[in-house]
Design a protein around this ligand. Structure first.
Ligand SMILES: [Ca+2]
Ligand SMILES: [Ca+2]
Length: 454
């Protein structure tokens, strides 16, 4: 059946080539095909290596990354395990609640350099981005002892760790940082660009313990990186003159600042503002993505008590302020009626209130082979067990369809694309991976061999 499926899709794709956009949208025909039928509990992201292997890599909160072969088989041995029964990462590991292994990004030149990056909670509860390499002899096995800390950010509370990481189309690593937790951003992290602007909170984090020799301790100013989207260069340690490196270890340079970071260097209002910051005013950008066609950055920002929001950065725009904690969605924080008036903010493209859901899982714009849904933006609410699709017309986004009451979308915590553009999602609760399936062209039959549709 699977072989027949791929033949049908391939044949029909040729005929449908070029048909895109809302006019041809056929969301009612979407179904969810089971790709992995259990065994990957705690999954929160799906990634591909960009190496032509067509494998999928499943990121699991408990500390493992599992490989799904191109033939669709879940391999029995994990690619990497930094959790229970595995090899602890350089600064230790904590999981549970909003902590754990939270992100994975393969280097754009992974096929030749074998380098990939993970975001995890260390043994003291702080955020760590570390570099690993694949093993020399087995492409389905990472070198568990290769971990090297790139960035460590002090976390004052257990929640709002963000955790997603992606390489942008510019080749730089983007890191989504939550506001450090508690509630209502007590240190004003979202709006603080300078470590000293933390509204009376001690800007410096007191990292506990002493790391082994050669492992970065972290920087006391790293707390100012909370509530931001960071952009760093993992291929260089170059920094601008007068750089304000809020996350870099004093004696151990592990990354560079890309030219064009909006607060790089000391000129004008950039003085003392952290050079790693690319966008700010975020509360908890749990999951984000890059549109593989137009390179827009799409961020799902989890709200406080009133609004969940979807933010969009067009093309290569830099330095956007998404408003938190002054704004929540389009509104004044906590208000269901008063619109936000913060000067210079960038409003979201979408919001929904807490009757609809309470924790957004940021999604992807569909760019896969099923052209009847090309350009639809899929996102979810992990607590209310809903999947949404929005469509865009003339720059305005509109919710077009909501799926609910379906076991496939219970605790939907992450999405991911395959190398071929297929869109997948993970349900933390049932340990399964699903593929979003739709007619190749509107009116065509749906070719799928798995889950019964909604
Ligand atoms: Ca600066
Ligand atoms: Ca916002």
């Amino acid at each position: 059946m699977k072989r027949l499926l791929s033949l049908c899709v391939t044949a029909a794709l040729g005929a449908a080539h070029g048909m895109t956009g809302a006019a041809t949208m056929d969301l009612d025909a979407v179904t969810f095909q089971t790709v992995v039928n259990g065994g990957v509990g705690g999954a929160l992201a799906v990634r591909h290596a960009g190496d032509g292997s067509n494998r999928l890599f499943v990121v699991r909160q408990g500390g493992t990354i599992n490989v799904i072969s191109a033939a669709g088989t879940l391999l029995p041995t994990a690619f990497l395990n930094i959790g229970s029964g595995g090899t602890a990462p350089p600064l230790g590991f904590t999981t549970g609640g909003e902590r754990g292994l939270l992100g994975l990004a393969f280097h754009p030149q992974y096929a030749t350099n074998g380098r990939f990056y993970i975001n995890y909670t260390d043994g003291s509860g702080n955020t760590v981005v570390a570099e690993y390499t694949v093993s020399g002899g087995n492409p389905d096995q990472a070198d568990a002892s290769s971990g090297r800390v790139i960035l460590r950010v002090y976390q004052p509370n257990s929640n709002h760790n963000g955790g997603d990481i992606h390489f942008g189309p510019d080749g730089y690593l983007y890191i989504g940082m939550g506001d450090g937790g508690s509630g209502n951003d007590p240190c004003n992290a979202g709006q603080a660009l300078v470590p000293g602007d933390m509204s009376g909170c001690t800007p410096g984090g007191s990292f506990t313990g002493t790391p082994p020799s050669g492992v970065p301790q972290g920087n006391a100013s790293s707390r100012a990186l909370l509530g931001k989207m960071l952009r760093i260069d993992v291929d260089s340690t170059n920094t601008p003159v007068g750089a304000d490196l809020c996350g870099a270890d004093t004696n151990l340079r592990t990354y560079g600042i890309p030219a064009g970071n909006p607060f790089a260097g000391d000129a004008g209002s950039n003085a003392s503002a952290c050079d790693e910051i690319y966008h700010y005013g975020l509360r908890n950008p749990w999951r984000f993505s890059f549109d593989r066609v137009n390179h827009d950055l799409i961020i799902g920002d989890v709200g406080q008590n009133a609004w969940e929001e979807m933010d969009l950065v067009p093309g290569s725009a830099a330095g956007l302020n998404f408003g938190w904690k002054v704004c929540e969605g389009f509104h004044v924080r906590g208000s269901t009626s008063n619109l936000c008036t913060l000067a210079g903010r960038t409003d979201p493209i979408l919001e929904y209130d807490h009757d609809v859901g309470v924790s957004i899982t940021g999604g992807y714009r569909y760019r896969g082979p099923y052209t009847s849904i090309s350009g639809a933006l899929f996102y979810a609410d992990a607590y209310y067990d809903k999947l949404f699709a929005a469509t865009e017309s003339g720059g305005t986004w509109t919710l077009a369809k909501t799926w609910s009451s379906n076991p496939a979308i219970a605790t939907l915590t992450g999405f991911g694309e395959g190398e071929d553009g297929h869109l997948y999602f993970t349900a933390m609760g049932d340990g399964k991976i699903y593929r979003i399936v739709a007619p190749v062209a509107p009116g065509n039959a749906v070719f799928e061999d798995g889950f019964e549709g909604p």
